[in-house]
Design a protein around this ligand. Structure first.
Ligand SMILES: [Zn+2]
Ligand SMILES: [Zn+2]
Length: 238
Protein backbone atom coordinates (compact mmCIF):
# COMPACT_ATOMS: atom_id res chain seq x y z
CA UNK A 1 0.00 0.00 0.00
CA UNK A 2 1.32 3.47 -0.84
CA UNK A 3 1.82 6.01 1.94
CA UNK A 4 -0.84 8.30 0.50
CA UNK A 5 -3.38 5.44 0.47
CA UNK A 6 -2.49 4.63 4.07
CA UNK A 7 -3.05 8.24 5.00
CA UNK A 8 -6.35 8.26 3.17
CA UNK A 9 -7.48 5.10 4.99
CA UNK A 10 -6.58 6.48 8.41
CA UNK A 11 -8.29 9.80 7.67
CA UNK A 12 -11.42 8.03 6.42
CA UNK A 13 -11.59 5.85 9.54
CA UNK A 14 -11.03 8.79 11.85
CA UNK A 15 -13.72 10.76 10.10
CA UNK A 16 -16.18 7.88 10.42
CA UNK A 17 -15.33 7.53 14.12
CA UNK A 18 -16.03 11.23 14.61
CA UNK A 19 -19.40 11.01 12.83
CA UNK A 20 -20.41 7.99 14.91
CA UNK A 21 -19.50 9.74 18.13
CA UNK A 22 -20.64 13.31 17.57
CA UNK A 23 -23.16 13.43 14.71
CA UNK A 24 -25.87 14.48 14.17
CA UNK A 25 -25.16 17.50 16.35
CA UNK A 26 -28.67 17.75 17.81
CA UNK A 27 -28.83 14.08 18.84
CA UNK A 28 -25.44 12.33 18.43
CA UNK A 29 -25.22 8.57 17.88
CA UNK A 30 -22.48 8.44 20.57
CA UNK A 31 -20.90 5.23 19.41
CA UNK A 32 -17.26 5.12 20.51
CA UNK A 33 -14.87 3.59 17.99
CA UNK A 34 -11.16 3.35 18.58
CA UNK A 35 -8.84 2.66 15.69
CA UNK A 36 -5.54 0.92 16.18
CA UNK A 37 -2.83 -0.11 13.78
CA UNK A 38 -2.07 -3.80 13.88
CA UNK A 39 1.58 -2.93 13.25
CA UNK A 40 1.93 -1.80 16.85
CA UNK A 41 1.58 -5.39 18.13
CA UNK A 42 4.38 -7.49 16.69
CA UNK A 43 3.08 -11.01 17.50
CA UNK A 44 -0.29 -10.16 16.12
CA UNK A 45 0.98 -8.66 12.87
CA UNK A 46 3.30 -11.64 12.34
CA UNK A 47 0.46 -14.08 12.87
CA UNK A 48 -2.00 -12.19 10.70
CA UNK A 49 0.55 -11.87 7.89
CA UNK A 50 1.22 -15.61 8.04
CA UNK A 51 -2.52 -16.29 7.70
CA UNK A 52 -2.91 -13.78 4.85
CA UNK A 53 0.03 -15.42 3.11
CA UNK A 54 -1.81 -18.76 3.08
CA UNK A 55 -4.37 -17.13 0.78
CA UNK A 56 -1.84 -17.31 -2.06
CA UNK A 57 -2.94 -20.96 -2.20
CA UNK A 58 -6.33 -20.83 -3.98
CA UNK A 59 -7.69 -23.76 -1.94
CA UNK A 60 -7.36 -21.71 1.27
CA UNK A 61 -10.68 -19.90 1.53
CA UNK A 62 -11.73 -16.49 2.81
CA UNK A 63 -13.74 -18.08 5.65
CA UNK A 64 -10.80 -20.21 6.75
CA UNK A 65 -8.73 -17.06 6.86
CA UNK A 66 -11.39 -15.35 9.01
CA UNK A 67 -11.68 -18.34 11.34
CA UNK A 68 -7.94 -18.70 11.82
CA UNK A 69 -7.53 -14.98 12.42
CA UNK A 70 -10.26 -15.13 15.06
CA UNK A 71 -8.51 -18.08 16.72
CA UNK A 72 -5.23 -16.13 16.64
CA UNK A 73 -6.88 -13.11 18.28
CA UNK A 74 -8.20 -15.43 20.95
CA UNK A 75 -4.87 -17.16 21.46
CA UNK A 76 -3.06 -13.83 21.87
CA UNK A 77 -5.80 -12.61 24.23
CA UNK A 78 -6.74 -9.67 22.03
CA UNK A 79 -10.30 -10.27 23.24
CA UNK A 80 -9.45 -9.96 26.92
CA UNK A 81 -10.92 -6.50 27.00
CA UNK A 82 -14.29 -4.96 27.62
CA UNK A 83 -15.01 -4.09 24.02
CA UNK A 84 -14.99 -6.09 20.81
CA UNK A 85 -11.91 -6.20 18.59
CA UNK A 86 -12.34 -6.50 14.87
CA UNK A 87 -9.99 -6.39 11.92
CA UNK A 88 -9.97 -4.39 8.70
CA UNK A 89 -7.62 -5.43 5.91
CA UNK A 90 -7.05 -2.73 3.28
CA UNK A 91 -5.55 -4.07 0.09
CA UNK A 92 -5.51 -3.94 -3.68
CA UNK A 93 -8.32 -5.47 -5.72
CA UNK A 94 -6.05 -8.20 -7.06
CA UNK A 95 -4.60 -9.21 -3.67
CA UNK A 96 -5.05 -12.82 -2.53
CA UNK A 97 -7.64 -11.89 0.13
CA UNK A 98 -9.74 -9.92 -2.40
CA UNK A 99 -9.62 -12.81 -4.88
CA UNK A 100 -10.53 -15.28 -2.11
CA UNK A 101 -13.50 -13.16 -0.99
CA UNK A 102 -14.77 -12.87 -4.56
CA UNK A 103 -14.44 -16.56 -5.31
CA UNK A 104 -16.13 -17.50 -2.04
CA UNK A 105 -19.07 -15.21 -2.83
CA UNK A 106 -19.32 -16.83 -6.27
CA UNK A 107 -19.34 -20.28 -4.67
CA UNK A 108 -22.10 -19.23 -2.25
CA UNK A 109 -23.99 -17.63 -5.16
CA UNK A 110 -24.01 -14.32 -3.26
CA UNK A 111 -23.84 -10.97 -5.09
CA UNK A 112 -20.22 -10.25 -6.06
CA UNK A 113 -18.60 -8.26 -3.25
CA UNK A 114 -17.20 -5.65 -5.64
CA UNK A 115 -14.96 -3.49 -3.52
CA UNK A 116 -14.99 -5.11 -0.12
CA UNK A 117 -16.26 -8.03 1.92
CA UNK A 118 -17.05 -8.62 5.57
CA UNK A 119 -17.26 -12.00 7.22
CA UNK A 120 -17.88 -13.55 10.57
CA UNK A 121 -16.56 -16.76 11.96
CA UNK A 122 -17.87 -19.91 10.30
CA UNK A 123 -19.67 -22.77 11.92
CA UNK A 124 -16.84 -25.10 12.70
CA UNK A 125 -15.36 -23.34 15.71
CA UNK A 126 -16.93 -24.57 18.95
CA UNK A 127 -19.86 -22.31 19.76
CA UNK A 128 -19.01 -22.07 23.43
CA UNK A 129 -15.31 -22.48 23.08
CA UNK A 130 -14.40 -18.95 24.06
CA UNK A 131 -16.91 -18.33 26.81
CA UNK A 132 -14.38 -18.53 29.56
CA UNK A 133 -12.45 -15.53 28.30
CA UNK A 134 -15.06 -12.89 27.62
CA UNK A 135 -18.75 -12.35 27.81
CA UNK A 136 -20.59 -14.55 25.36
CA UNK A 137 -22.97 -11.90 24.05
CA UNK A 138 -20.14 -9.69 22.94
CA UNK A 139 -18.29 -12.60 21.53
CA UNK A 140 -21.26 -13.67 19.47
CA UNK A 141 -21.44 -10.15 18.07
CA UNK A 142 -17.82 -10.36 17.00
CA UNK A 143 -18.28 -13.83 15.62
CA UNK A 144 -20.90 -12.47 13.27
CA UNK A 145 -18.85 -9.51 12.12
CA UNK A 146 -15.20 -10.04 12.66
CA UNK A 147 -13.08 -9.26 9.65
CA UNK A 148 -13.55 -7.04 6.64
CA UNK A 149 -11.39 -6.78 3.58
CA UNK A 150 -11.55 -3.51 1.67
CA UNK A 151 -10.14 -3.63 -1.85
CA UNK A 152 -11.34 -0.67 -3.90
CA UNK A 153 -10.49 -0.56 -7.62
CA UNK A 154 -7.59 1.74 -8.51
CA UNK A 155 -9.84 4.60 -9.66
CA UNK A 156 -11.76 4.48 -6.36
CA UNK A 157 -8.84 4.68 -3.97
CA UNK A 158 -9.94 8.12 -2.91
CA UNK A 159 -13.48 7.11 -2.08
CA UNK A 160 -14.57 6.65 1.52
CA UNK A 161 -17.56 4.61 0.42
CA UNK A 162 -16.10 1.09 0.59
CA UNK A 163 -14.20 1.72 3.80
CA UNK A 164 -17.26 3.10 5.60
CA UNK A 165 -19.62 0.49 4.14
CA UNK A 166 -17.49 -2.43 5.36
CA UNK A 167 -16.74 -0.90 8.76
CA UNK A 168 -20.47 -0.36 9.24
CA UNK A 169 -20.94 -4.07 8.51
CA UNK A 170 -18.45 -4.76 11.30
CA UNK A 171 -20.69 -2.67 13.55
CA UNK A 172 -23.63 -4.92 12.73
CA UNK A 173 -25.36 -3.13 9.84
CA UNK A 174 -26.66 -5.13 6.91
CA UNK A 175 -26.91 -4.21 3.25
CA UNK A 176 -29.59 -1.94 1.82
CA UNK A 177 -30.10 -3.66 -1.50
CA UNK A 178 -32.02 -6.49 -3.02
CA UNK A 179 -29.75 -9.52 -3.50
CA UNK A 180 -31.13 -10.26 -6.94
CA UNK A 181 -31.56 -6.85 -8.54
CA UNK A 182 -28.85 -5.09 -6.46
CA UNK A 183 -31.29 -2.16 -6.24
CA UNK A 184 -31.46 -0.05 -3.10
CA UNK A 185 -34.33 -1.06 -0.78
CA UNK A 186 -34.24 1.59 1.95
CA UNK A 187 -35.62 5.11 2.51
CA UNK A 188 -32.42 7.05 1.84
CA UNK A 189 -31.44 7.70 -1.76
CA UNK A 190 -27.79 8.22 -0.89
CA UNK A 191 -27.55 5.48 1.78
CA UNK A 192 -24.00 4.23 2.27
CA UNK A 193 -25.25 0.64 2.65
CA UNK A 194 -26.39 0.34 -0.97
CA UNK A 195 -24.50 -1.73 -3.54
CA UNK A 196 -22.61 0.99 -5.37
CA UNK A 197 -22.33 4.78 -5.24
CA UNK A 198 -25.55 6.44 -6.45
CA UNK A 199 -25.29 8.86 -9.34
CA UNK A 200 -24.98 12.56 -8.64
CA UNK A 201 -23.00 12.38 -5.39
CA UNK A 202 -19.80 14.39 -5.00
CA UNK A 203 -16.39 13.21 -3.83
CA UNK A 204 -17.28 13.91 -0.21
CA UNK A 205 -20.05 11.33 -0.22
CA UNK A 206 -20.99 9.52 2.02
CA UNK A 207 -20.06 12.38 4.33
CA UNK A 208 -21.78 13.49 6.52
CA UNK A 209 -22.83 10.02 7.59
CA UNK A 210 -26.09 11.09 9.24
CA UNK A 211 -27.37 12.43 5.88
CA UNK A 212 -26.28 9.36 3.97
CA UNK A 213 -27.67 6.51 5.99
CA UNK A 214 -31.28 5.36 6.18
CA UNK A 215 -33.47 5.43 9.29
CA UNK A 216 -33.36 1.68 9.73
CA UNK A 217 -29.56 1.56 9.88
CA UNK A 218 -29.34 4.70 12.01
CA UNK A 219 -31.65 3.04 14.50
CA UNK A 220 -29.38 -0.03 14.59
CA UNK A 221 -26.35 2.15 15.27
CA UNK A 222 -28.17 3.85 18.13
CA UNK A 223 -29.17 0.50 19.63
CA UNK A 224 -25.60 -0.70 19.38
CA UNK A 225 -24.29 2.53 20.91
CA UNK A 226 -26.64 2.02 23.83
CA UNK A 227 -25.41 -1.53 24.40
CA UNK A 228 -21.81 -0.36 24.30
CA UNK A 229 -22.60 2.44 26.74
CA UNK A 230 -24.28 0.00 29.14
CA UNK A 231 -21.25 -2.23 29.11
CA UNK A 232 -18.16 -0.12 28.55
CA UNK A 233 -19.53 3.18 29.84
CA UNK A 234 -20.48 1.66 33.19
CA UNK A 235 -17.04 0.13 33.49
CA UNK A 236 -15.20 3.32 32.48
CA UNK A 237 -17.16 5.45 34.92
CA UNK A 238 -16.68 3.20 37.91
ZN1 LIG B 1 -22.35 -4.65 2.06
ZN1 LIG C 1 -30.11 2.12 3.84
Amino acid sequence: MKIKDKKFLVAALQELALHLKEEPKDDPIKLPLSIKRLGDESDLIKGVNAILHKLTNPSYTFSRCVNETFALFDQLSVFDKTCPAQLLVYCSSDSPIALAAKSEAARMKAPPPCWGATAGVGGFLPTNGYKSRIDSEYLSFMRENFLCAVYPPKDQLNSKFTIWHEVLHLLGLDDCYDENTLRRNCNCETCVMQYEPPSGVDENWPSPLCDNICDKQKEKLREFAEKVEQRCGAKNNS
